[in-house]
Design a protein around this ligand. Structure first.
Ligand code: AHG
Ligand code: MN
Ligand code: MN
Length: 341
């Protein structure tokens, strides 16, 4: 039986009344993000042609400099948010400080966005999936003022929506605005994101572990023991698990969300908070995984309960299927009683 195609815009319009603040602003914001994602997707699809169309740093036919894709994505999302009238400011992995929009329409908006415009960017050159991650907060500052740092330094628990776009073998937008986690696949012929993955739930038990094991000499004893546990044969618990690590968090997370698994970027000896950013990568993904029935922790604290102190703050991350996250947490808490957070 053929099902009716439901586009992202139709879905958002239909669900608008379910949002915590049913003003339509959040709906508009999600639609603006989706539109910017389509433009970024179009450029990413051309990435392999860069050597014949003009390399980064060279000029295109209009005499404009060809931008790196992460800069292009950053500019595209910020431009879209700046003019949307639904967002009063943005913090981006690509920007040193947050950007407060100063136009009158933006100052009246209720939301701020935290984002990683292009995640896994080192994979662009080799045609591996990359992504965009975003989290949306309701502002704390007064409407009509220019937004300020406190609007961005909110715990992940305060998120009103979050999602990611994966530019992969097909391009998908996955998001939740407090309810279910839904996935929409871009139909290139229609130019529309169409509902393809309704009510995504992460399997409680997983079989995949994702970590960059080349850093094992810098991992804590407990993380190394958990990795060893994942590899140890045990029929009763379906081990050994499979190791999968793409090096784009969005891609590794997306696979584990659908199939069940755990993604880890732990503390390293010389990087006690790991590599990934709390506001741009940690919180949005933690929000989604919890809405999908999974968990995300630093090893001691749920990612969503960590109080941010700076926009570029990093955080150790263990995220995925509930049973696997609980297991690694137990290993960590057995050996290490003091958290750096
Ligand atoms: P970004 O491209 O936004 O800087 O993020 C890259 C991140 C993340 O996507 C990935 O999981 C991780 O870096 C990989 O890091 P390692 O190469 O250290 O494993
Ligand atoms: Mn990233
Ligand atoms: Mn990035």
């Amino acid at each position: 039986m053929l099902n009716k195609i439901i586009t992202l815009n139709e879905y958002i319009a239909h669900k608008q009344k379910d949002f915590s603040y049913a003003t339509g602003e959040l709906s508009g914001l999600l639609q603006d993000i989706a539109l910017a994602a389509k433009i970024v997707n179009r450029e990413i699809n051309k990435a392999g042609l860069v050597n014949i169309l003009g390399a980064t740093g060279s000029s295109n036919v209009y005499g404009e400099e060809v931008k790196k894709l992460d800069v292009f994505a950053n500019d595209q999302f910020i431009r879209s948010l700046r003019t949307s009238g639904e967002c009063c400011g943005v913090a981006s992995e690509e920007e040193e400080s947050f950007i407060a929009f100063e136009n009158e329409k933006a100052k009246k908006a209720h939301y701020v966005v935290c984002m990683d415009p292009l995640d896994g960017s080192s994979n662009i050159d080799v045609n591996i999936s990359i992504g965009t991650i975003f989290g949306i907060y309701r502002r704390k500052s007064k409407v009509s003022d220019i937004c300020n740092l406190d609007d961005f330094l909110q715990k992940g628990r305060e998120l009103v929506a979050a999602g990611y776009v994966i530019y992969g073998s097909s391009t998908m937008l996955v998001y939740s605005a407090g309810g279910k986690v839904n996935g929409f696949t871009l139909d290139p012929s229609l130019g529309e994101f169409c509902l393809s993955h309704h009510d995504i739930k992460i399997p409680k038990k997983g079989k995949i572990y994702s970590i960059n094991e080349s850093y094992k000499n810098s991992f804590s004893k407990s993380v190394n023991e958990f990795v060893e546990y994942c590899k140890t044969e045990d029929k009763a618990t379906n081990r050994p698990y499979s190791s999968r690590y793409v090096g784009s968090m969005v891609t590794d997370f997306h696979r584990n969300l659908i199939k069940g698994g755990i993604f880890m970027y732990p503390a390293l000896r010389n990087h006690p908070n790991g590599k990934l950013r709390l506001l741009f990568e940690g919180c949005p993904m933690a929000y989604l995984v919890e809405k999908a029935g999974g968990r995300a922790t630093t090893g001691y604290t749920d990612i969503l309960d960590v109080q941010p102190t700076g926009v570029h703050q990093r955080v150790p991350i263990f995220i995925g299927s509930e049973d696997m996250v609980e297991k690694v947490e137990a290993f960590i808490q057995k050996y290490e009683s003091v958290s750096s957070l």
